[in-house]
Design a protein. Structure first.
Length: 95
């Protein structure tokens, strides 16, 4: 079973990497679409806040539900990350 601390760390790492990629895009690509990159960053940060709130809401006392809830949050992360990467890829392909 994953711990809340480990899951928070994993999400924090992914968020930092995704935001770094968006910022690198705006710095490296000439005529970058800053508004779209900013929208992606805002969505990533919004996801981060939502995920942390969900993790913090998981109660320690419910062992079975706790594990299921953390697995659901991790599963959601594995679905959201490719979406963010696809959006950034499409953004850079348009230039």
């Amino acid at each position: 079973m994953a711990s809340k601390r480990k899951l928070k760390g994993d999400i924090r790492f992914i968020v930092k990497e995704l935001v770094s990629e968006c910022m690198a895009y705006t710095l490296i690509v000439p005529d970058a679409d800053y508004k779209s990159a900013e929208d992606i960053i805002n969505d990533i940060v919004e996801y981060y806040g939502t995920a942390l709130a969900e993790i913090n809401a998981v109660r320690k006392n419910d062992k079975k539900d706790r594990g299921d809830n953390l697995k659901a949050i991790r599963h959601e992360m594995t679905q959201k990350v490719p979406e963010f990467i696809d959006r950034l890829s499409k953004l850079s392909q348009n230039k």
